[in-house]
Design a binder for this molecule. Structure first.
Ligand SMILES: Cc1ncc(C[n+]2csc(CCOP(=O)(O)OP(=O)(O)O)c2C)c(N)n1
Length: 648
């Protein structure tokens, strides 16, 4: 494969990138300038991500591809649908979102780390979850056909997108939906970790055995170039079908009705543009198989593709993190290590991840108990159903899936796990805010979408030691159990040598109060203790704090006792208020007693943007400690007719 001019821009000493305010500027550059543009884009991505963190590897790999797309097609009339959309930085830089906006990538007021329809008319479709591009693009192409317009629709999918069921569902529907659709398969062999499964092996065979494809592609091109080319091509394809691939095996994609072209070197700009032109002229759905190198242009990223898929700030020279975590261990590592201990002690314990071994902490299990570890690819529906099957045979499966991605497995949770009351444990990392990533990644809905399901237990630990207790409890429990916990570091508490089995549905009083009591879930317990101490100091009101532990089942006995004796109950959760833990408390109280008012503290009923930090986003959404205190006191004062503590 040819190398781009990576270290010595030849065309000009002045910045080409600075002169790009939109796709028209990309088109107006002479072809000889494109290597320099590619180099400048890589430099900018490295400069910005080394400061802010972000998806380094995926973006460095698609520089030539995105330049090619903007040279050949006309965005926004032609529409690019990027799968996951974590590789959208180059597209952003070429569509007027460079400069300071890009330098503030993933920060409040800066560019989102994903594509976002509200951010630009060039973002034809927003994303953050994998596997959505092909279906969405097919919908757009079909709408175009029905409306009688003639723009191009291009889906850009990574190789791991083809491990998603939804991508395969879309593939199954291409024939019969539209006659014109361009699919770019951006194949770098990596998901976040190495891509897994039979399709990954198949793509690997296709890309490492280019001879067959080349002969086939050359023949196709030859027939297309003859007078009446498209007719000749159709005759050739018909012949190929009728000989039942006797002479030449069709690619998998051809069996789904897409013309297959590739593999194409995704860093050879000229070749890439030629192939994109060819795809543009094609009068049937076409898949262009483009081979790219994740992290191209940054040695550290090429050496460690998994670390540099999404990296925290780093030193570009060494690849070392410039903000090493020196605080308490992350929840994900505490979970991964504890699960490994449980799995070592009990061969029935199985860990399952949907393509996120490092993010979920399951790399610990993969190392410690490889036979009890399964990476099923980006296939959350399958992960849940696979776990259900394992559970029917007496195994104790644990699905480690981020809160937001478990949304994919919802029907399987209800229909396959809960309805059959199977003992599957779900560990939902990133429950709460995932600040820099934004709305596609915040885990703010899981309590609401889970607590309405019969048979399930939903819990959240106040710290990492309680997480281990909860995992132990869930593994001993006879039905489905969900444990949610936040991104990042724990509270810094020691892990007990032997875990404690918790009583399901029993809360813990961590501070005794009088007639104002806060019921907090998860890390909100620590916040509630600080708040309680402040209110006591400033207002002389004794405030109790309960570690709720369970969003379902609730501790109705304690709730009932406190409802009788309290003037106000406050609930605090890192979740939307709508349908969340506070709503569960309200519903329960309505059945127990009408007497006790409840103030619910949680995220408001709107999608929360990306932002520089959780604290900034809290402040922007009325959830700073001061505002929470203000709300509680205001509510308390509105209840002034109730006996004050000293008078009672
Ligand atoms: C439903 C869902 N599950 C998991 C993820 C986490 N995730 C983000 S990117 C990614 C891998 C994507 O690989 P690929 O599509 O090949 O693109 P590449 O990064 O290699 O360019 C995964 C698993 C996700 N975004 N969505």
């Amino acid at each position: 494969m040819s190398q781009p001019a990576e270290s010595t821009p030849l065309f000009s000493q002045t910045s080409l990138l600075a002169g790009i305010s939109g796709p028209r500027d990309v088109k107006s550059l002479p072809a000889e300038a494109l290597p320099q543009l590619a180099q400048e884009i890589r430099d900018e991505i490295i400069a910005v991500t080394s400061e802010q963190g972000g998806h380094v590897g995926p973006n460095l790999g698609v520089v030539e591809l995105c330049i090619g797309l903007h040279r050949v097609f006309d965005s926004p009339e032609d529409q690019f649908v990027f799968d996951v959309a974590h590789q959208g930085y180059v597209h952003k830089l070429l569509t007027g979102r460079g400069g300071e906006f890009f330098r503030q990538l993933r920060h409040s007021n800066g560019a989102s780390g994903f594509l976002y329809r509200a951010e630009s008319e060039h973002d034809a479709f927003g994303a953050g979850h994998a596997g959505t591009a092909l279906s969405a693009a097919l919908g757009m192409a079909t709408a175009r056909d029905l409306r009688g317009t003639d723009e191009h629709v291009v889906a850009i999918c990574g190789d791991a997108a083809f491990t998603c069921g939804v991508t395969l569902e879309a593939l199954n529907n291409v024939v019969g939906s539209t006659k014109r659709l361009i699919v770019i398969l951006n194949d770098n062999e990596w998901s976040i970790a190495k891509n897994v499964g039979a399709i990954a092996h198949y793509l690997n065979r296709l890309s490492t055995n280019p001879t067959y494809n080349k002969i086939h592609h050359d023949l196709e091109r030859f027939f297309t170039s003859l007078p009446g080319g498209n007719d000749m091509h159709r005759v050739y394809m018909k012949w190929k079908r009728e000989t039942k691939d006797f002479f030449m095996e069709s690619s998998l994609f051809e069996k789904f009705g897409l013309r297959y072209v590739g593999p194409v070197d995704g860093h050879d700009q000229e070749e890439l543009i030629k192939n994109l032109e060819f795809a543009k002229a094609c009068d049937q759905p076409i898949l262009l198989h483009v081979i790219t190198k994740k992290g191209r242009g940054l040695e550290a990223a090429i050496k460690s593709p998994e670390k540099f898929h999404g990296a925290s700030p780093y030193d570009p020279a060494t690849g070392e993190s410039t903000r090493p975590a020196d605080g308490p261990p992350n929840y994900q590592d505490v979970f991964g290590q504890a699960l490994t201990r449980f799995a070592q002690a009990d061969g029935r314990v199985i860990g399952i991840t949907g393509a996120m071994p490092s993010g979920t902490g399951l790399t610990h299990l993969a190392k410690g108990c490889p036979r009890q570890f399964f990476d099923v690819g980006i296939a959350e529906e399958h992960a849940v159903l696979f776990a259900a099957g394992l559970a029917t045979k007496g195994m104790r499966p644990v699905c480690a899936i981020y809160s937001t991605f478990l949304q994919r497995g919802y029907d399987q949770i209800i229909h396959d796990v809960a309805l059959q009351n199977l003992p599957v444990t779900f560990c939902l990392d990133r429950a709460g805010l995932s600040a820099n990533d934004g709305p596609t990644h915040h885990g703010l809905f899981d309590i609401a979408y889970l607590r309405c399901i019969p048979n399930v237990t939903v819990m959240q630990p106040k710290d990492e030691d309680e997480l281990v207790d909860m995992l132990h409890t869930a593994l001993e429990h006879a039905g489905p159990a969900f444990i949610r916990y936040p991104r990042g570091a724990g509270e810094g508490v020691a892990i007990k040598p032997a875990p404690q089995r918790l009583e399901i549905g029993q809360a813990e009083v961590v501070k005794t109060g009088y007639n104002l009591n806060i019921w907090a879930l998860g890390p909100m317990v620590a916040d509630a203790l600080v708040l309680a101490a402040e209110i006591e100091r400033e207002q002389g009101i004794t405030v109790g704090v309960v570690n709720a532990r369970f969003a379902k089942p609730l501790d109705r006995e304690l709730l009932s006792q406190q409802a009788q004796s309290s003037s106000l109950l406050v609930t605090m959760e890192d979740h939307v208020v709508t349908g969340g833990f506070g709503s569960a408390v309200l519903e329960a109280l309505q059945e127990i007693t009408d007497a006790c008012p409840v103030e619910r503290i949680g995220w408001p009923d709107r999608f929360i943007e990306h932002g520089s930090s959780v604290n900034l986003l809290r402040a922007a959404n009325g959830l700073s400690p001061e505002e929470i205190k203000g709300r509680i006191l205001q509510r308390w004062q509105s209840l002034a007719h109730l006996p004050a503590e000293a008078d009672a």
